[in-house]
Write a protein that binds this ligand. Structure first.
Ligand code: SAH
Length: 237
């Protein structure tokens, strides 16, 4: 998968993709991640990327021209109907479709080139959304100062699902949400720490019993704090 991030703050991404699973996936050529400065695509002499909103009101709005130019450089067109198969252009936005595990999985399934547009200030000129954007994605019902943290969250959630990204000793199958439940609790050595003991069942080597215990715990925890998952609220795409 190739990922291109458009931002007015490229330094925001310094090193953020250079750790753990994402770093390994980059080194193994499972994913390529490029960050582009929207400002470099501004053509006026002050390289303006934002301007005051028509109709008045607070704040600034990201201008359409540099974003269209960046998309045209990357994709050869800014008309979403003409993108190559497997190309998705995502606008990070609190008004977007909520990011859930099935949404991340859907990008893994049918996207080979992902372009992410990070908004700032009051947001992005609506004509970007109307023409170049194929998906508007929100990472939750709260407002961030910019799309950059949301882009990092989206990339991380997708990359760890790419084939072979997790390596052979780990798997996403039992992670929270993958099977509609939260994950079960995890323990490591020591078996007793400050008087707190690891549940006996995990120490006895009986894999069937361990699996049963994990399923029970996952269900218990999900019922307690995320009942909505049991009602299928996370399954929709
Ligand atoms: N005025 C806008 C918020 C702008 S916040 C509104 O009320 O809808 C500035 C930028 O931060 C947005 O353009 C978007 O790119 C990003 N952003 C803020 N909250 C986000 C969220 N929950 N998910 C994804 N991106 C978000």
């Amino acid at each position: 998968m190739r990922v291109d991030v458009l931002t007015i703050f490229p330094e925001f991404f310094n090193e953020v993709f250079d750790f753990g699973i994402i770093r390994r996936a980059k080194l193994a050529d499972i994913v390529e991640i490029n960050v582009h400065d929207i400002r470099l695509f501004a053509t006026d002499k002050h390289r303006m990327v934002d301007d005051r909103p028509f109709g008045g009101g607070d704040g600034m709005v990201l201008k359409p021209e540099p974003i269209f130019a960046a998309i045209e450089m990357l994709l050869g067109t800014s008309d979403r109907d003409k993108y190559a198969d497997g190309t998705r252009v995502v606008l990070l936005s609190p008004q977007g479709k909520p990011l859930k595990q099935p949404v991340a999985q859907s990008f893994v399934n049918d996207c080979s080139h992902l372009v992410l547009i990070c908004g700032r200030y009051e947001g992005v000129d609506e004509r970007v959304n109307a023409t170049v954007v194929t998906d508007e994605i929100s990472i939750g019902d709260y407002v961030l100062s910019g799309g950059e943290p949301a882009a990092i969250v989206l990339v991380d959630s997708i990359v760890r699902l790419l084939p072979n990204a997790l390596g052979s000793d780990t798997s996403a199958e039992n992670d929270s949400f993958s099977d509609g439940l939260l994950d079960s609790p995890h323990y490591t050595r020591p078996a007793e720490f400050r008087g707190m003991k690891v549940p006996e069942v995990l120490l006895n080597g009986n894999h069937a019993e361990i699996e049963k215990w994990r399923q029970e715990k996952a269900l218990e925890k999900t019922r307690l704090i995320r009942k909505d998952l049991l009602e299928g609220a996370n399954g929709e795409m």
